[in-house]
Design a protein around this ligand. Structure first.
Ligand code: GLY
Length: 439
């Protein structure tokens, strides 16, 4: 073996991706292709991920032990381990990790805290009130002359946001969250927000606590059914690019930067991936939500378009050296292609009464699409369903229309009895110019 080869192998960094959804499969897929990265483990992973480690995403000590024994750098996908303080624990143990601390993650783990933070810094966000008494909350929704969105304060996997068409629906939402406690203590407190009408955009970036490096534009589809009908889900599809016009995009960037520097000033530097969900009304972005992690399924869409390695930016965020890395390597580059993700779920999702263990068959498909697994597992030599969302089929195309065509072709190659999907992902896309006037 030559000296050069030996040196390269010595420098490769092995990585642990925590989680087992399609976003984590996408992160593993992307990181495995980075030249600086060696083996990428996934804990616990799913039926599509490689090098799975049977440690739950909430077993923080078990994950830390595995990372230490194998000298791994850790990247965290889902919100739960972040909310539990995985970053606090890993930092204390001297282990490399890209995830915000429990305190910084309050932007996601308490919607009430987040709204107060935004309002306190003059960051545009819909008018709101916070309640911990259901009767007072109901009185409020009866008294206002606008439609509302009722949001559980705590974590609910994207399902604790109830968009209401009438005061009666809002009262029922309060009953579900605060009285029947469908999401447990996450609904002990609610935020009641004025409902806005516009177009949603997902802004994602990586932050080292001081600076942010933005990802390409994208948007997701949160409702279960076509034409944005049915209940909210974790996300049924996404596409990128999703331009909103240079001025609106600049405003979104400025707001995300204000959030990160605001957190630093509060004494909770935000290190890791940040997701700001915007509603654009008349060209002006307003913050609907902040997540302390990457979006799912937006990540599946974005990794297919990312033309730079991801790991150097992740490592730089953890080492507070994003500026230097961007100076040395340049900003993250994006392929001049479009990408569309269509999520396949099991009938019954987003409730919990869906079938599990259904055998999945795959037919060959063309190379423009890639199947990221979510709720699946390997049994014998095959794949069975094992969750509400099962796959995120992501395809490239020279424009959105082709990418959507390729994704929907690929969707047909996956079969299982309970398969459901939306048929309108990336169809009837609003052009950026139209967003400027849509109110
Ligand atoms: N796609 C929205 C989310 O990840 O919360």
């Amino acid at each position: 073996m030559s000296d050069t080869v030996e040196l390269r192998i010595f420098m490769l960094k092995d990585v642990l991706v925590v989680g087992g959804r399609a976003r984590e499969h996408a992160l593993q897929w992307k990181l495995s292709g980075d030249t600086e990265v060696g083996r990428v483990y996934c804990a616990p992973g799913n039926g599509g991920t490689q090098h799975n480690v049977p440690i739950s995403e909430t077993d923080i000590e078990g994950l830390a032990r595995f990372a230490k024994e194998n000298n791994l750098f850790t990247v965290v996908g889902p919100e739960l381990p972040i909310a539990m303080g995985i970053a606090n624990h890993f930092w204390a143990e001297g282990l490399g990790i890209c995830a915000p601390t429990r305190e910084a993650a309050r932007l996601e783990t308490s919607k009430a805290w987040c709204k107060e933070f935004l309002a306190g810094r003059g960051i545009p966000t819909p008018q709101f009130k916070v309640f911990d008494d259901p009767e007072m909350a109901k009185e409020h929704v009866r008294s206002v002359d606008y439609k509302v969105v009722v949001k559980a304060d705590g974590l609910c996997e994207g399902k604790g946001v109830i968009v209401c068409d009438s005061a009666a629906e809002a009262e029922e939402a309060i009953e579900r969250l605060m009285v029947r406690r469908e999401f447990g203590d996450a609904g002990a407190k609610v935020v009641i927000e004025k409902r806005l009408y516009g177009e949603e955009r997902s802004f994602m970036a990586i932050s080292d606590g001081t600076r942010i490096e933005a990802f390409a534009s994208s948007r997701d589809y949160k409702k279960l059914q076509d034409n944005d009908e049915g209940p909210n889900t974790g996300g049924m599809g996404a596409y990128s690019p999703a331009p909103a016009g240079p001025e609106t995009e600049r405003q979104m960037y400025d707001i995300a930067w204000k959030i990160v520097t605001g957190m630093r000033d509060e004494g909770f530097p935000f290190v890791g991936f940040i997701y700001v969900g915007f509603m654009i009304v008349g060209g002006k972005p307003q913050v609907l939500e902040i997540n302390s992690r990457l979006g799912d399924p937006e990540t599946e869409t974005l990794v297919r378009r990312m033309d730079s390695p991801l790991f150097p930016y992740i490592e730089a965020a953890a080492h507070s050296s994003l500026d230097e890395t961007v100076r040395r390597r340049g900003a993250i580059r994006w392929k001049n292609w479009s990408a569309v993700t269509v999520v396949l779920a099991s009938k019954g999702y987003p409730d919990r009464d869906y079938a599990r263990g259904e055998a999945v068959t795959f037919r060959p498909m063309d190379g423009m699409a890639y199947i990221f697994h979510a709720g699946t597992k390997k049994v014998g030599g095959g794949i069975v369903t094992d969750g509400g969302r099962n796959f995120a089929v992501t395809a490239l195309g020279r424009d959105l229309e082709y990418a959507a065509y390729n994704a929907y072709e690929a969707v047909e190659s996956i079969r299982y009895p309970s398969k459901i999907l939306r048929r309108d992902i990336a169809r009837n896309v609003t052009p950026a110019e139209a967003l400027q006037s849509k109110a």
